[in-house]
Design a protein around this ligand. Sequence first.
Ligand code: NAP
Length: 203
Amino acid sequence: MLFQTIGTIGAGPVARAVARHAAEAGHPVRVSNNHGPDTLDDVIRTIGPGASAVSFDDAVATDIVLLAAPFVAVPAIGRRLDDWTGRVVVDMTNQFAEMNPYRGFAAVSPLTGSEWVAQHLPGATVIKAFNAMFADRTAAEPRHEEGAQVVFFAGDDAPAKADFAELVAGFGFAPIDLGGLREGGGLMQLGGALNGKHFLLQK
Ligand SMILES: NC(=O)c1ccc[n+]([C@@H]2O[C@H](COP(=O)([O-])OP(=O)(O)OC[C@H]3O[C@@H](n4cnc5c(N)ncnc54)[C@H](OP(=O)(O)O)[C@@H]3O)[C@@H](O)[C@H]2O)c1
């Protein structure tokens, strides 16, 4: 297993959902947000033992980083590091054009949303995942009588994807590889055939 420590950029419902599964599976989880670690006491309590509130720099110094912030915040987040080389980032964003509230569709054509995110994180290995599911479904127990909750994922780095699949299988999910950030990301992003749909992989 390549990925042990897990960081988050963002501490909203979707980050908390994945973080809780990771902590329950025994991974150290380092959570960051925009307002700073002092504001994360309640979030850390919600995630449970194994979670800690950290700075952005400490969150991105982990083995795999969950990018769970608004899509429109990605350029500013990307600028916080000169070079993202060696970082594996899970893009959990949906490409809303505006936040507070989320609305509209940010047009980044001909790129998919995750290709655009990857451009703003120069050097990072980007895997798209968890964006297509509602956070409450992600938070729920993934193991069901009939089968396991499917987590679709996409990316252009096969070894990183294999390790990601092993990681989330360890949380109890059924990972399914949809290919690269172009084709798979397109299916998963807002407006894609799989966005907002939830599946079980039957036994
Ligand atoms: N909610 C869902 O069901 C769901 C499902 C799938 C995907 N998504 C996507 O996941 C992402 C997060 O959504 P969410 O609903 O979980 O969270 P959210 O409630 O929108 O919270 C966003 C989080 O991002 C942080 N943040 C904002 N700007 C930042 C910056 N410049 N640097 C670092 N952190 C920053 C915020 O920090 P503060 O707390 O300090 O403000 C907050 O913790 C969005 O792209 C959304 O479209 C959401």
